[in-house]
Design a protein around this ligand. Structure first.
Ligand code: SAM
Length: 326
């Protein structure tokens, strides 16, 4: 079988696909307030172009694709794209990352189109805290979105919570209770120094947090992969609660990195924290063949760096998360 391997022997079988760099929220660690530098629509890959690129990745062994952004639900007719991707022979897992403000309207059509699971960003269950982090009073819509996702049969549902010192650190325990009650998997994420917004975020080391939660909820490490991503998972002995921790700063996981990201303008980014990239749009618009596209992807993978340097060089990256596709 065809597979993609980088210079460090890592298999690349996971593509994160940004369908827009726009978002209806302004999370304090992501898009700055007043930000205007969004990609021009003429440079957005069309659904046909995206499907061609994803099909090439799938022929090269990619088995999992995640729709992300910006906020992916802002891209019009997303279920139509999801359906074309889900129909690609060989693709096993099509998932979505969303802030869920519009999920109530779209959950059912996305599930019907072939999206099987969803990750929802939610940093607190306190309305005023969500308002202050996201710049919008969005908690009621997010709750409605979560309910709709559950009703539509999207499973598992994971909650992505960026944990910040002095901001929502004290909300972690309430969030655990909420996830247990609803059968959601909680994933705690360390803030990354992406752009000034990311750098100005009050970092919380998740190692001590994990230690406390382990004791409090009797958590055991899970060896099984729950999504093939960077999270390390823990489960309570009674099986009622699953916790994922994503620790790019305190314990990076670059050695097992299996992904690249395609941004809305058709640029392949090799690492969230580095500049290596490869522009596919000019090739697509110049009429490259399928074989040529596969060769270009192989060439791009050669550029994948060994690791990010968030810790050593936190000032390095001016690109905010939504530009690459989080
Ligand atoms: N809008 C979608 C969502 O909310 O999931 C998809 C894109 S969003 C950029 C993806 C994830 O990146 C979110 O969970 C968000 O919290 C996270 N994120 C954005 N900037 C971050 C940063 N500087 N550090 C850590 N996580 C960040």
């Amino acid at each position: 079988m065809n597979t993609l391997q980088d210079r460090f022997g890592r298999s690349i079988d996971y593509l994160r696909l940004s369908v827009t760099d726009r978002c209806d929220l302004r999370c304090s660690y992501c898009i700055p307030k007043g930000f205007k530098d969004f990609e021009e629509p003429e440079y957005w890959l069309t659904f046909e172009e995206i499907t061609r690129v994803v099909a090439a990745f799938v022929r090269l062994g990619t088995r999992r694709v995640r729709l992300t952004g910006g906020e992916p639900l802002l891209r019009r007719n997303l279920p139509q794209l999801a359906a074309s991707l889900a129909a690609l022979p060989g693709l096993q897992d099509l998932s979505l990352s969303t802030n869920a403000t519009q999920l109530a309207r779209h959950a059912e059509s996305l599930h019907a189109a072939g999206v099987n699971r969803v990750n929802v960003s939610l940093d607190s269950l306190r309305r005023e805290c969500v308002n202050s982090i996201t710049g919008h009073d969005s908690l009621p819509q997010v709750m409605a979105g979560l309910q709709a996702a559950k009703a539509a049969g999207l499973s598992p549902i994971k909650i992505n919570m960026v944990a910040m010192k002095g901001v929502n650190e004290a909300d972690i325990e309430t969030m655990v209770g909420f996830c247990i009650e609803h059968g959601f998997i909680l994933r705690l994420i360390e803030a990354m120094p992406m752009g000034d917004t990311g750098r100005n975020t009050s970092y919380l080391d998740l190692q001590p947090v994990l230690e406390q939660l382990r004791q409090r909820f009797d958590l055991l490490p899970q060896s099984l992969e729950l999504g093939g991503g960077p999270a390390r998972y823990w489960r309570s002995t009674d099986g009622a609660f699953t916790l994922g921790v994503i620790t790019p700063i305190s314990q990076h996981f670059c050695a097992t990195c299996n992904r690249v990201r395609l941004s809305v303008d058709g640029t392949l980014y090799m690492c969230l924290g580095q500049e290596e990239r490869f522009a596919l749009r000019p090739l697509l618009r110049a009429g490259i063949s399928d074989a040529g596209l596969e060769m270009a992807i192989r060439e791009a993978i050669e550029l994948k760096p060994e690791r990010h340097e968030f810790r050593e060089k936190p000032g390095k990256l001016i690109r905010i998360m939504s530009m690459t596709g989080g």
